[in-house]
Design a protein around this ligand. Structure first.
Ligand code: EPZ
Length: 418
């Protein structure tokens, strides 16, 4: 099992570029199934989650190869429509393939993704939407079978602006008959990236990034090349790493409009931030101000940044409140931070964090992807050596985050354990 050894205390300084977005790559990889031909994707992050997507796609009969900086997906022939249980369990967001497989094959079979480290993660909104689009859903022994003669356009109002449900509806509706409207749609930038990719292939979608999305079904798509948007959560993580080490960094290849709620909070904490066209420069201050965070669907403060910001607030001056409104179990990282001296209590959806002067080194265990990133930040701040185990979670969603941090002056090494 791999683990990190982090010798804390170094200020992060210098320049680094972000990788492509994990949460844009997964739905766009799924969308490439809709094209009976080749698709060329650039800036797909080399992470465990994209590797799992490739494994599932190859089991469907799709050929995946690498050409220079491109991932090449050849979906000319598909000879299977079932997502295997073991891979579904390894990555619950593979449910995003369902809409694309149904869109292409008019049937799909998969198991309930099951809960994960941050919550129950139901898919009722996905399945209800599929039924409204004329897709028959049968459930037996934990397996879900979807089938239809043809996917029909319809108007679907989501109880909650679910990112995955919004994406799955788009994927099922792209090659459908008629027009589909999604109301109360999620507005995340990754959905705009998905719309832009599908429209470049010849799809006809408008409204991504707003509460209402319109998909006019089309009957064929063509082969394109496309560059995935930068990963706004990785960028936020690097900005917080510089903040917690009182550093001064520049990150290139960013989209400022994706980072507004995070930039706003970092400035509230006292960081000085300069923005250029696709570049951000952050100068942290020695004593950080406490502040309050409420996670909300985009364009509110992103839930994926909650644990990462929680680590920074843990060494700010004063008491901060966090309210986690999206997932019901996203505070597990706080128990690990307590081993490093954090002073926090959780009351329902609210975490109360009393800032301490500095974290103390310890042996800690990653509880989930973003909780694991929070532990890296605390270790960068601590004086001494921290060991972070269970880093498989972190490797799922961050491309070479240790190398990026090392480039900025961090002392972090990956080790092979027993
Ligand atoms: C996506 O997950 C992201 N994952 C998550 O990032 C992110 O935290 C989340 O959106 C919110 O922004 C990917 O894009 C691969 P949701 P998703 O459906 O689609 C409830 C990370 O760290 N819900 O918007 O699963 C659900 O329980 C990951 O990169 C239902 O009740 O999120 C949750 O409380 C973590 N029924 C809320 O909606 C449903 O059918 C938000 O979930 C679907 C969701």
């Amino acid at each position: 099992m791999q683990y990190y050894i982090v010798k804390g205390g170094n200020k992060l300084e210098g320049e680094v570029s972000s990788s492509g977005s994990k949460n844009a790559s997964l739905p766009i990889l799924a969308a490439s199934i809709l094209n009976k031909g080749k698709t060329y994707l650039k800036n797909v992050p080399k992470i465990h989650d994209t590797e799992i997507m490739y494994q599932i796609m190859e089991l469907l009969g799709i050929k995946i190869s690498k050409e220079d900086e491109y991932v090449v997906i050849d979906a000319t022939n598909i000879n299977n429509y079932e997502i295997p249980d073991n891979l579904m369990r390894q990555m619950r967001s593979s449910v995003i393939l369902a809409g694309a497989i149904i869109g292409r094959c008019k049937k799909a079979k998969f198991s309930y993704p099951g809960g994960c480290d941050i919550g129950v993660r139901p898919i009722d909104l996905h399945l209800n939407a599929f039924e409204k689009m004329g897709i028959k859903i049968e459930e037996e022994n934990g397996k879900i079978s979807c089938s239809t003669e043809k996917v029909l356009g319809n108007t679907i109002t989501l109880d909650f602006p679910s990112v995955g449900a919004t994406e799955n509806i788009i994927l099922a509706a792209t090659l459908s008959e008629g027009i589909t409207y999604i109301k109360n749609a999620a507005m995340e930038p990754e959905i705009v990236d998905l719309q832009n990719f599908i429209n470049k292939m010849g799809g006809n979608i408008v409204g991504a990034g707003t509460k209402e999305i319109k998909i006019i079904g089309t009957n064929s798509l063509n082969s394109v090349e496309y560059e995935i948007m930068p990963d706004r959560i990785e960028i936020g993580t690097l900005l917080c790493a510089a903040t917690i080490t009182k550093g001064n960094i520049t990150i290139k290849n960013i989209r400022i409009e994706h980072l507004i709620p995070v930039i706003y909070k970092l400035e509230e904490m006292g960081c000085k931030i300069d923005l250029k066209e696709n570049e951000i420069k952050l100068q942290a201050k020695d004593k950080l101000n406490a502040c309050n965070i409420k996670t909300m669907p985009y364009p509110g403060f992103p839930t994926d940044m909650q644990p990462i910001m929680g680590a920074v607030l843990g060494v700010s001056k004063g008491t901060s409140l966090i309210v986690e409104n999206i997932f019901e179990n996203r505070y597990k990282y706080l128990a690990e931070l307590k081993r490093m001296g954090a002073k926090t209590t959780v009351e329902g959806k609210t975490a109360i964090i009393k800032g301490i002067r500095r974290y103390t080194p310890a042996k800690v265990e990653a509880t989930d992807l973003r909780g694991g990133a929070a532990l890296i930040l605390a270790a960068l701040n601590a004086g001494g050596t921290t060991e972070i185990t269970n880093i498989k979670y972190i490797l799922r969603g961050y491309e070479k985050i240790d190398k990026k941090l090392e480039l900025l002056g961090a002392n972090i090494n990956i080790r092979e354990g027993e």
